[in-house]
Design a protein around this ligand. Structure first.
Ligand code: ADP
Length: 542
């Protein structure tokens, strides 16, 4: 027997309709790419999104068409999220930091009909447009005064495009399983793969992520997503914020310490979200300027592991609580959150930091398990580790335009991560499966070594890779970027690290480098480093 309730679809534009009606005067503040600050309200955002939806119809964009964006976090990108998906088309967010070949591939694979681009990324279009026969036109996200000079045809100005359109638009009704947003993984091996979110999965993810045990967003929050809208939809903030009526502060292209500090202080942001490398820049800047973040209560850190030293610095210097979170593009992205429960907050500091450095427990909607190589479930004892599998309504079942399912038997998705789960359900990432160092019969976590090394005051950033060893197959090599003006000798660092990690897992060699390479989503690019330093120990005569 079926229930008797209404069959009301979960559609994305309803989030903005809700925000405009019940939180109409709440602000959305953006640092403009052209310079200066823009501010308006949810009520304004809805009207302009409707103008844009009318403009898209005029351009001939149809249900299911892909509309690409190459854009920072600003109010115009936010309008695209709602107008494109709300009109039944698909918002395809493209990461501009990818290599040109990858961007070329992605636009062709997605068959984008139009691209909406920020001024910063217009040169990419000028360079690559010939490779995209699918493209009907380009819209530059700016006003007439700032339009770039170009020889390209069919380049439009965003503000001109929408200015004469009506702000009345009836959002079409359709099944909520319809595709809404397309996001490609960074493709560290092989071509990037598309993950196609639906309206339903997006709304369920927003409901899951806004809750207290998730990112805890509500109408009193002033949320500043530093994580880009081209990186898994800024972790869903552009949906969760209007759902709850939170004020949004969009940082535009200003991800450096000075720009972020200014925006956080003037807008009194209390909830920040981003990857560790961004926070490294911010914390360094604040130290140099002897400034304290007054308004910030919580900092959500994900994308890569949050080192204990970072959790401690936010707590002790800025009285800000780090919420460590884990997820991936295929998970919309939220999987687990280390939420500030009463039990967690009551722990003595060192124990609390240690627990906060775990990636946390799943939000309702996400199921997790760890399995060994035979497929048997591992113990949840915080020690045994295995392949991390996930299941849930906002987790991908297959990749865009691929025929076969992406799932294992029983409908589980293999995250490619190796993890432990403790008796309280806290999950900790040991490593990406491909980054784990296989030394003799033992596995060494590169993440654990990196996190301990960056706790040393002379170390700015650390990267551990497995390199060939004649006896142990692989041993850890530690690459370091030193903090400005600091030095540190190997024995001092090894001394600092011993006691914090198992003795046999200490790195065999330490090498200071000027910079470390990062992927388009801010993660350490270990693949190339492994290749470059493959024979490092062998050449040293180990
Ligand atoms: P991409 O592969 O596109 O860079 P994702 O952003 O989807 O992107 O990356 C997902 C991966 O990032 C996870 O599978 C995991 O390895 C890593 N990751 C995400 N959050 C954390 C975290 N808090 N700690 C450690 N690793 C993390």
């Amino acid at each position: 027997m079926q229930g008797n309730m209404q069959k009301q679809g979960l559609l994305i534009p309803d989030l903005l309709e809700h925000a405009a009606q019940y939180h109409g005067s709440t602000e959305i503040v953006s640092r403009l790419v052209e310079g200066g600050i823009h501010r308006y309200t949810y009520a304004d955002a809805l009207l302009r999104s409707k103008k844009l939806a009318n403009a898209l119809a005029r351009l001939g964009v149809q249900s299911g068409d892909r509309v690409g964006t190459l854009a920072w976090n600003t109010f115009r990108h936010f309008e695209l999220y709602y107008a494109v998906s709300g009109a039944g088309a698909i918002t395809h967010t493209i990461n501009p930091r990818l290599f040109p070949e990858q961007i070329t591939y992605i636009v062709n694979h997605a068959q984008d009909s139009y691209l909406f681009v920020d001024l910063t990324f217009f040169p990419i279009i000028e360079k690559l447009h010939n490779h995209w026969p699918c493209l009907k036109g380009v819209v530059v996200l700016t006003d007439q005064d700032n339009m770039p000079e170009t020889n390209l045809t069919n380049v439009m100005c965003y503000e001109d495009l929408i200015s004469d359109e009506s702000d009345v638009f009836e959002w079409p009704e359709f099944e909520d399983e319809q595709a809404a947003t397309l996001c490609y993984t960074s493709g560290t091996t092989g071509n990037p793969k598309g993950v196609l979110y639906s309206h339903r999965s997006t709304i369920l993810h927003a409901l899951g992520s806004a809750q207290r045990e998730g990112l805890d967003i509500d109408s009193e929050s002033t949320v500043l997503p530093v994580v880009p809208m081209f990186h898994v939809c800024a972790w869903g903030v552009p949906y969760a914020a209007p759902m709850t009526g939170a004020k949004i502060v969009f940082p535009g292209a200003g991800m450096d310490g000075a720009s972020l500090t200014e925006l956080i202080q003037t807008e009194k942001a209390d909830l920040l979200l981003g990857v560790p490398t961004v926070w490294l820049g911010l914390l360094n800047y604040l130290d140099q300027q002897s400034q304290v973040l007054e308004s910030v209560e919580r900092v959500v850190i994900g994308g890569s592991a949050a080192p204990v030293s970072m959790i401690q610095a936010f707590d002790e210097k800025h009285d800000a609580f780090v919420i460590h979170a884990w997820g991936m593009t295929e998970m919309s992205p939220l999987g687990t959150v280390c939420a500030p429960t009463r039990a967690l907050k009551d722990l003595p500091k060192t124990e609390r930091y240690a627990l906060q450095s775990k990636q946390g427990r799943p939000v309702f909607g996400v199921q997790l398990k760890i399995i060994d190589d035979e497929g048997k479930e591992c113990q949840r004892d915080g020690v045994e580790f295995g392949r991390l599998l996930v299941k849930g309504p906002w987790i991908a079942g297959q990749y865009y335009l691929e025929d076969s399912s992406a799932l294992e038997i029983g409908g589980w998705f293999d995250t490619g991560d190796v993890a432990t789960i403790d008796p309280q359900g806290y999950m900790q990432i040991v490593d990406r499966k491909k980054d784990v160092i296989k030394s003799g019969g033992e596995w060494i976590s590169s993440i654990e070594l990196e996190n301990v090394a960056v706790g040393h005051p002379s170390v700015q950033e650390a990267c551990v890779i497995g390199v060939l060893h004649p006896k142990w197959d692989e041993r850890p090599l530690l690459l370091l970027v030193l903090a400005e003006g600091k030095s540190c000798d190997d024995s001092e660092l090894l001394e600092f690290m011993s006691g914090k990690v198992a003795k046999w897992s200490l790195p065999d060699a330490i090498l200071v480098v000027d910079t470390l390479p990062h992927t388009a989503t801010g993660k350490l690019m270990k693949k190339d480093l492994r290749e470059e330093y493959k024979n490092f120990l062998i050449d040293m005569g180990e």
